[in-house]
Ligand binder design. Structure first.
Ligand SMILES: O=C1C[C@@](O)(C(=O)O)C[C@@H](O)[C@@H]1O
Length: 256
């Protein structure tokens, strides 16, 4: 068996302990659209993920930090994860390593966010700088990796999560695309092996698309500590409605 998992506590929400937590992504391109999306959440999520790559003025760190503060104020205690998903890993916009580091460090230092997503395969200096800024400002690091084209072998998936953990991640997240039901099982088995044999930090895993929906519903059984659901607009293929997701998560949690 692996070590004990160190849960992540943000504003009263604990990831890595108890029932799995739900993140709902918001993808608005303007302050007005984001305000509307947050308004529609109405208690239907544990945490919110702001997908900064969709924000039209993401190139201006001042505008991004101001927007983060206004989201935090509107969210009124619901924890906020800031994610710039780069085009390289299936996101909406390309960004240079230097700008990626500057933007995420500014967010981590802003006092407005609780968690920051770091694509662990970006430039090592950028990754190190973001993790350092986050940890010196009590912001939890969600290291991530995405494969929108396929599902790597089980041991490769496990090795990626171990690498995230070694880099200092507080949470390790991996999202892959299945082309067969065997791929979905590969992702779930990697989740199991990581959770049972290697993890000292909570992990979040998902197999995307329609075939992978089962992993978003039942990931907890294999060791995934959280999942992503949608309110209105999905940020990745296969996300299901957050309220329906919650019903299934609770059902499975009660059965354990
Ligand atoms: O990493 C993830 C997971 C995700 O890709 C999903 O498949 O639900 C959605 C993204 O917004 C998030 O950053």
């Amino acid at each position: 068996m692996g070590e004990a998992i160190t849960p992540v506590r943000v504003k009263g929400v604990t990831i890595g302990e108890g029932a799995p937590k739900v993140f709902v992504p918001i993808t608005g391109t303007t302050p007005g659209a984001l305000r509307e999306q947050v308004g529609a959440l109405a208690g239907r999520t544990d945490l919110v993920e702001w997908r900064v790559d969709f924000f039209t003025t993401f190139a201006d760190p001042g505008a991004v930090v101001a927007q983060a503060h206004s989201l935090a104020e509107q969210l009124d205690g619901v924890p906020l994860l800031a994610t710039f998903r780069t085009a390289h890993e299936g996101g909406d916009a390309p960004i240079r390593d230097r700008d990626y580091a500057d933007l995420n460090a500014a967010l981590a230092e802003s006092g407005a966010i609780d968690l920051v997503d770091v694509e662990y395969r970006r430039d090592p200096a950028a990754v190190e700088r973001i993790i350092e800024s986050a940890h010196s400002h009590s912001v939890a690091v969600v290291a991530s990796n995405h494969d929108f084209d396929g599902t790597p072998e089980r041991d490769d998936l496990v090795a990626r999560m171990c690498a995230m953990q070694d880099l200092g991640a507080d949470i390790c997240k991996i999202a892959v695309m299945p082309t067969s039901t065997a791929d979905v099982l590969t992702l779930l088995d990697a989740t199991r092996v990581m959770h049972e044999e290697h993890a000292s930090k909570p992990i979040i895993t998902m197999s995307m698309g329609g075939l992978g929906v089962i992993s978003r519903l039942a990931g907890q059984v294999f060791g995934s500590a959280a999942t992503f659901g949608m309110v209105g607009t999905p940020s990745a293929p296969g996300q299901v409605d957050a309220a329906e997701l919650r019903t299934v998560l609770d059902l499975l949690d009660r059965a354990r």
